[in-house]
Design a protein around this ligand. Structure first.
Ligand code: MCF
Ligand code: FE
Length: 402
């Protein structure tokens, strides 16, 4: 047993003082330090620097580790040029090494991320996602727009799913990602959704990310029309917005982006218990707009997306950018919501027994040390976001990694 002591402990209801946490692999007790020492006299007491805050380990709900070797390869600024540059540079992206991926998950770890949702396009990241100290929800991706290639695409996908299932543990959970309405044939979607229902897999999908995607799936026009016409001789989308959404009616799904969703779309998504990952830097860099989180009434997480559309996987870089991008939102309220969007909200969506400091949750902690004594307790979320690049200590399942 260990007892972790800090000036502040984060809870969804606010920051508490003069308490400590007793834990082994799980959180056992939250109480006054003296009380805990009496209950667990043999426990090792771990102190933290003055002005430290214990947070539940952070969760980055959406990342693509296999794209970790991109820095100056992909085109930014607008979605279709980016997508074309992905297609053009597949060979270079395929050269992403285990070392590149290790750098990527270590960068997340140092910023306090103890769990992440990894979109796996081809399975090259499997070993890294099994080896990393972090908990991983491993989203095996399916895509393919040509009907004649559906059988091959599905076979390749199920092989990756089967392989990932073998590593299921407390730290590794296989799941399914349907890439998007513009790229995944309805036959593949149906089969993958059925598999998710049958095996009780979590499911995720990129949706309504760019204006080009919206124009294409709502009105069969725009930049995707030119792209599909040129590459595949296709003049109509394989899925419309309505037909795509319908496939997910009976399975609560973590949609990614929704930057081009309208009010009615959100009402519909709410009625089906769906949620969304907000990726502000990725959206900015791919010219996709801003997800208006202040008016969102579905659960939302904040995520970095991959290095395919970002310059770092540091979760605090993401939160700081969110603070700047949502320039008209109430500052402290936004800061509190952003902390929830990387703790309790993704934990619930990804069905992870963490994200809150509560008895019997995993002992996953990120300890942040503020540069000075906080003058107002209700501004700690904001100050944490503004002043933190790396955490002071980090625990996963009770073991220390930073
Ligand atoms: O989230 C960003 C932008 N939107 C869509 N896809 C990706 C992102 N980062 C990487 N991707 C991957 C996606 O998983 O790029 C490929 C897919 O494998 C694009 S489709 C050729
Ligand atoms: Fe993504």
């Amino acid at each position: 047993m260990k007892i972790l002591v800090a000036d502040f402990i984060y809870t969804d209801e606010g920051y508490i003082q003069k308490k400590a946490i007793a834990f082994d692999d799980f959180i056992k007790d939250i109480d006054n330090i003296e009380t805990l020492k009496n209950i667990y006299p043999k426990a090792e007491v771990i102190n933290t620097p003055k002005n430290s805050v214990i947070y539940p380990g952070f969760i980055n709900s959406h990342v693509h580790l296999e794209f970790s070797n991109n820095k100056t390869t992909l085109k930014y600024g607008s979605f279709i040029p980016w997508l074309k540059s992905v297609i053009k540079n597949v060979d270079m992206i395929a050269k992403c090494t285990k070392n590149d991926m290790k750098k990527a998950y270590m960068e997340m770890l140092k910023s306090g991320v103890t769990s992440f949702g990894a979109i796996s396009s081809n399975g090259n990241d499997l070993e890294s996602c099994v080896k990393t100290p972090q908990r991983v929800v491993y989203f095996n991706e399916i895509l393919g727009s040509k009907e004649e290639n559906c059988d091959d695409a599905y076979n390749n996908f199920t092989q990756r799913v089967e392989k990932s299932i073998r590593f299921t543990s407390d730290k590794f959970k296989p799941a399914i990602s349907i890439h998007s309405p513009y790229s995944t044939h309805p036959k593949l979607i149906k089969k993958a959704v059925n598999l998710a229902k049958e095996k009780k897999f979590l499911i995720s999908a990129h949706l309504l990310e760019s204006k080009a995607e919206k124009d294409w799936i709502e009105e069969s026009k725009g930049e995707f029309y030119d792209l599909y016409n040129e590459f595949f001789g296709i003049q109509k989308p394989i899925n419309t917005k309505e037909s795509f959404l319908k496939e997910f009616d009976d399975i609560s799904t973590h949609f990614i982006h929704l930057t081009n969703a309208n009010f009615d779309d959100i009402v519909y998504l709410k009625s089906k218990d769906h949620s969304v990952a907000h990726c502000p830097r990725s959206n900015r860099l791919l010219g996709c707009g801003i997800l208006d989180v202040s008016n969102l009434n579905i659960p939302w997480t904040t995520a970095t997306d991959g290095l395919s559309s970002n310059w770092s996987l540091n979760i605090f870089d993401e939160l700081r950018s969110a603070i700047m991008i949502h320039a008209n939102d109430d500052l402290n309220d936004l800061a509190d919501k952003l902390i929830k969007s990387i703790t309790s909200v993704p934990a619930e969506i990804l069905e992870l027994n963490c994200g809150m400091i509560e008895q019997e949750k995993f002992a996953d902690f990120a300890i942040v040390t503020l540069p000075d004594t906080p003058n107002y307790i209700d501004e700690i979320s904001l100050w944490t976001i503004l002043h933190t690049k790396y955490v002071n200590q980090l625990y996963i399942g009770g073991n220390r990694y930073v």
